[in-house]
Design a protein. Structure first.
Length: 402
């Protein structure tokens, strides 16, 4: 999974409260200790709630929102972000407004509301440019890149990621360098340049380990496991995904943990163990639904559909098709073109595999070909070379099987 940049609104509240809020933010984003971070913030807000129009009070509200977002409790997070934004706007604190807009945009992106996310990120970028804040310009650029990635505009996403990477290197921001290495690596994975992807992702893992970012370590291991699964290097994939599972279970980060189980499901399919693949996919789906994460829900449903189809049992076909069609429906609704194309490909693959059986006689070659052509068109447009090749190979197989 690509990773959003989140940083605190660095205003100038009274020093003691500021230190505590900074520490709570670190516990939440760097160490994934959400309970300890929330306990600190409960105490801080009690100390400072006499002046509910102060910078430090808004900063505290923003940080509590970040803690809830990291835990996957989006409704509570949004409530605190809105309260923080109201205070920052009241006192005309532009830097604080920009910070809340970044965090709110990331939350909407998690929920699959990409246009809403883009609105908040662009507002933050405009403020950062007006203030000449290079660090915030880079960070917001990266987050805009993630929205374009999820929309399937890979070249535009890569442009924004590289812009932030350059800024992060100039200001020696290791966390920013790491996150952008991950995001660029995921672009290269999508376009099929896997060696380049591995180079960036290994750098991300190295940096995350150096700065003690457990969430980042888990995400890096997930993405390395993803690529090794694509390369069919089962032992390497298993090693990284099990490491991710161990770390992310401790941190309680349900978004990345859902990714882990969806990827373990994909690995189970590769290993021919469809029973474990189905179970892993169900766990991934449960986590995604608990936090309302649309991208993770799509991945989990697609993994579940593929796992059911891989059982090679005719009676599971209808269920497999149902889950894959649901991913298509969600992808259409949320305008996630890349996810839509992947699901069209997988659905065509299932129908092609079962073609000629009693269950799918009604599904003609023309219908399968229509799915593949629609997927091919999207992959060509967004530059997803790896998926484009897989789709064209399947079309060739179809044409030669008639």
């Amino acid at each position: 999974m690509i990773q959003f940049c989140e940083r605190e609104g660095n205003v100038d509240p009274p020093i003691f409260s500021e230190i505590l809020i900074d520490y709570a933010f670190l516990l939440s984003t760097g160490m994934s200790d959400y309970d300890a971070a929330k306990e600190i913030m409960d105490n801080v807000l009690k100390r400072i709630d006499k002046d509910k129009t102060s910078e430090v009070y808004a900063y505290g509200l923003n940080t509590v929102g970040v803690i809830y977002r990291n835990r996957g409790d989006y409704d509570k997070a949004l409530k605190y972000f809105r309260e923080a934004l109201k205070v920052y706007e009241m006192i005309n604190d532009k830097k604080g407004i920009g910070s809340v807009c970044i965090n709110t945009g990331a939350l909407y992106a998690d929920k699959g509301k990409l246009d809403e996310a883009l609105k908040y990120f662009k507002k933050s970028l405009k403020i950062s440019q007006e203030m000449g804040d290079k660090k915030r310009i880079g960070m917001t650029s990266s987050n805009i890149g993630i929205v374009y990635f999820n929309k399937g505009e890979l070249n535009k996403a890569l442009e924004f990621f590289k812009k932030d990477l350059k800024i992060s290197e100039e200001i020696e921001d290791k966390r920013g360098i790491g996150i952008n290495s991950n995001n660029i690596g995921m672009i290269y994975n999508s376009i099929g340049e896997l060696d380049e992807a591995l180079t960036y992702l290994k750098n991300y893992l190295k940096i995350a380990a150096e700065i003690g970012d457990r969430k980042g370590i888990g995400n890096a291991c997930n993405n390395l496991g993803r690529i090794y699964t694509t390369l069919e290097k089962v032992d390497d994939a298993q090693k990284f995904l099990k490491r991710a599972e161990k770390i992310l279970e401790k941190t309680g980060n349900k978004i990345f943990l859902s990714d882990t189980y969806a990827l373990l499901s994909e690995l189970g399919i590769l290993k021919g163990n469809y029973i474990s693949a189905i179970e892993f996919a169900k766990v991934a789906l449960k986590l995604a639904e608990e936090i309302g994460a649309k991208e993770q829900k799509i991945s989990a449903l697609r993994a579940l559909g593929k796992a059911l189809a891989s059982s090679k049992q005719k009676e599971k076909l209808e269920e497999a098709v149902f889950y894959l069609q649901e991913t298509i429906s969600i992808s259409h609704k949320e305008e996630m073109k890349f996810e839509l194309a992947k699901s069209l490909y997988e659905l065509a693959k299932v129908y092609l595999f079962y073609r000629g059986t009693e269950n799918v006689k009604r599904e003609t070659v023309e219908k399968i070909l229509r799915y593949l052509k629609e997927a091919e068109k999207i992959f060509q447009k967004i530059g997803a070379g790896l998926w484009l090749k897989k789709t064209q190979d399947l079309m060739w197989k179809l044409s030669n099987s008639q």
